[in-house]
Design a protein around this ligand. Structure first.
Ligand code: HEC
Length: 166
């Protein structure tokens, strides 16, 4: 009989313990900021634009080349935008300014600002700490151009075209 006493006691404790508090927000969790940040970059598609050649290499590029910015522009009615070198951004912008930017910024396509606005500020911080841990690398991306300005780099045209005539 004595053997079961601790089990009964444990059962009582569980019954009386308050329920675990609900998480304050929905966010990605992981063992460290670095692991969370790396995971968010991979599933957020950030390398697709911010890492030259990433899609062409089917994602098989070393992390040392990640997020170094793209010299190929995206041209549309907004002008031409170039996916920034985030390895440099995280050296020049403070962590708090990064969190504010990802929480509030709306801007020209094709940067998916709705994705970063939907993330928790904890996940914004993990992104920042991960990207910063990669250290600075690569040149700054070219300057954004206003509508009508002539690019001196290759661009991807992002305007719908009518289907070919039959
Ligand atoms: C479809 C292409 C595309 C994808 C995918 C993308 N970005 Fe961008 N991103 C851009 C472009 C283009 C710019 C430059 C915007 C501008 O000049 O206004 C940019 C700018 C940014 C900036 C501003 C940097 C600065 O120095 O001002 C941040 C931060 C950023 N992206 C983070 C991310 C993160 C994090 C992800 C993944 C969740 C991501 N981006 C996915 C295209 C993309």
């Amino acid at each position: 009989m004595k053997v079961f006493a601790p089990l009964v006691f444990t059962g009582l404790l569980c019954a009386c313990a308050p329920p675990a508090p609900a998480p304050a927000t929905t966010e990605v969790a992981g063992p460290s900021d670095i692991e969370i940040g790396r995971y968010l970059i991979r599933i957020g598609g950030c390398n697709d634009c911010h890492t030259p050649g990433y899609l062409q290499a089917d994602g098989k590029l070393p992390e040392s080349q990640w997020l170094t910015g793209n010299p190929v522009g995206f041209r549309g009615p907004w002008g031409v935008t170039y996916a920034s070198n985030l390895r440099l951004t995280t050296q020049t912008v403070s962590e708090d300014d990064w969190v504010a930017m990802l929480a509030h910024r709306s801007d020209a396509p094709p940067m998916p600002w709705p994705i970063t606005r939907a993330m928790s500020s904890g996940n914004h911080r993990s992104l920042y700490r991960y990207i910063r841990s990669l250290r600075p690398a690569g040149p700054p991306a070219p300057q954004r151009l206003a509508p009508g300005e002539r690019p001196s780099t290759p661009v991807i045209d992002m305007v719908p075209v009518a289907p070919d005539a039959p």
